[in-house]
Design a protein around this ligand. Structure first.
Ligand SMILES: NC(=O)c1ccc[n+]([C@@H]2O[C@H](COP(=O)([O-])OP(=O)(O)OC[C@H]3O[C@@H](n4cnc5c(N)ncnc54)[C@H](O)[C@@H]3O)[C@@H](O)[C@H]2O)c1
Length: 285
């Protein structure tokens, strides 16, 4: 018996990283999965996004657990694509219980408004709103929605001084998720549908492990390596670690979708090894 037997989860950005980890964790507790990912590059993103092979690997890992998975190429920026993907999953599984709006990009190096800021906010905010919007008609009492923010959005100064519009767009989108969660959870509560957000610190995925992020952490070096960056990564946490693993976030996500958290809603949870305790929160948070 798993904690999620007979339930179905819709997960965006599920081809790799945290999304794949969540898919496998929920499947290991008995859930079937509807997985979407872009499977294309966005020009302003300075690291490769997921490939069809990545999504195939998620399918393989979920099926190895004996669970069903419908995996579809879809862009969270396009509500019609998300709806079509979800409809495919609903056709096979017949219900929807959990929604994980996890897909995200960090267009860190992009200095243009039309690239970095627009792409960052389109994927990291509009993509989240779209994911929730297409899911709502199918959610019943007991359903749980979990959004992925970032501590980068919660820290004071990150929408002002990051030095590039891509980074600022990312932080602003993630910060807005905090406020959206509190505001919208109150509207959903009378329907017994829950909405929470998780805000990870540095997480060991492609979004962190790339040259532009290494440069951001080591501006003193022209071509910093991963080893150079790992000396600086612990600055974001209070506990002495460079980053958390995707499975550390999946632990919290599983709790937040399961009945173990049945009266927890409207909350913003940090998985940050104490990092936010060292810094001021953004105004209004
Ligand atoms: N890695 C970190 O340090 C970190 C820290 C805090 C928050 N986050 C957030 O965690 C979430 C998961 O990211 P990750 O760390 O697993 O990185 P990742 O890059 O490995 O995974 C993100 C996934 O989202 C997909 N994606 C991107 N744009 C999409 C779109 N328009 N439509 C559909 N799918 C799209 C990518 O292809 C990729 O598979 C993101 O929201 C990210 O902002 C990451």
């Amino acid at each position: 018996m798993g904690k999620l037997d007979g339930r179905v989860a819709f997960i965006t950005g599920a081809a790799r990283g945290q999304g794949r980890s969540h898919a496998v964790r929920l499947a290991s507790e008995g859930a079937d999965i509807i997985a979407v990912d872009l499977l294309e590059q966005i020009e302003s993103v300075p690291y490769p996004l997921a490939t069809p092979e990545d999504l195939a690997q998620t399918v393989k890992e979920v099926e190895a657990l004996g669970r069903g998975i419908v995996a579809v190429k879809a862009d969270v920026r396009e509500r019609s694509q998300l709806k079509a993907a979800l409809d495919q999953g609903l056709e096979r599984f017949g219900r929807l219980d959990f929604v994980l709006a996890n897909a995200g990009i960090c267009p860190w190096k992009d200095l243009t408004l039309a690239g970095g800021f627009v792409d960052g906010t389109d994927v990291d905010l509009i993509g989240v709103l779209n994911t929730v919007a297409v899911s709502l008609p199918h959610l019943k009492a007991g359903a749980s929605i979990v959004l992925t923010g970032s501590t980068a959005g919660l820290m004071k100064g990150t929408t002002e001084v990051l030095g590039n519009t891509g980074g600022v767009g990312y932080a602003w989108a993630k910060r807005t998720i905090f406020q959206y969660t509190e505001t919208f959870a109150l509207q959903l509560a009378p329907h017994s549908v829950r909405l929470n957000a998780v805000h990870p610190t540095n997480t060991n995925t492609h979004l962190l492990q790339n040259q532009e992020i290494y440069k951001a952490f080591r501006p003193d070096l022209e071509n910093p390596t991963r080893e150079d960056a790992e000396i600086a990564f612990p600055a974001l946490q209070a506990m002495p670690i460079p980053y958390i693993e995707p499975s550390d976030v999946s632990d919290l996500v599983l709790f937040l979708v399961s009945d173990d958290s049945k009266y927890i809603t409207g909350q913003n949870f940090r998985v940050d090894a104490g990092g936010m305790l060292k810094t001021d929160a953004a105004p209004g948070l």
